[in-house]
Design a protein around this ligand. Sequence first.
Ligand code: NI
Length: 183
Amino acid sequence: MAILKIARMGHPVLRTKAEPIPDPTAPEIAALARDMIETMIDADGAGLAAPQVHVPLRIVIFQAPATRSDPGLTDEERFEASAPLTVLVNPHIEVLEPAHEGGWEGCLSVPGLRGYVERPAHIRYSGYTLEGVRLERTARGFHARVVQHECDHLEGILYPQRMQDLSKLIFTSEVKHWLEGER
Ligand code: NI
């Protein structure tokens, strides 16, 4: 196990389209996933994509704790809004509803900043586990947001490129000014 160096915005690997993984069960992919998990936990992130650790392959990890879901959701919606720590190889996303939802995002490759990003609110995603089993889930809320954010990394896209209003690209220390009403 090792904590890996995280690429920061401006490094070419973050603009590279990542390559599919031919065998999700390969031992080196399991080793990469273990190192990514250790790196994400060390950096206190909610997700990490392989290009962020200088590996241009299509694998992401993420978690969506129930505590981050909106209090106004129904039980079914809350279930969709949370996810355990998940490793997903060769992920694919399908948008289920055209409606977008705004939310604040951060990224370990863009340290110290937060941005308000509009994304589809309800998605279905699929991919493969490290055991080679196909995984498919529907997601909304923070869960849908983190999966879309991580999969964007595989296309060489960082969240500021998804922003419509760059006045909402702010320092983490200033988020408090925005949480009191402006949404
Ligand atoms: Ni990110």
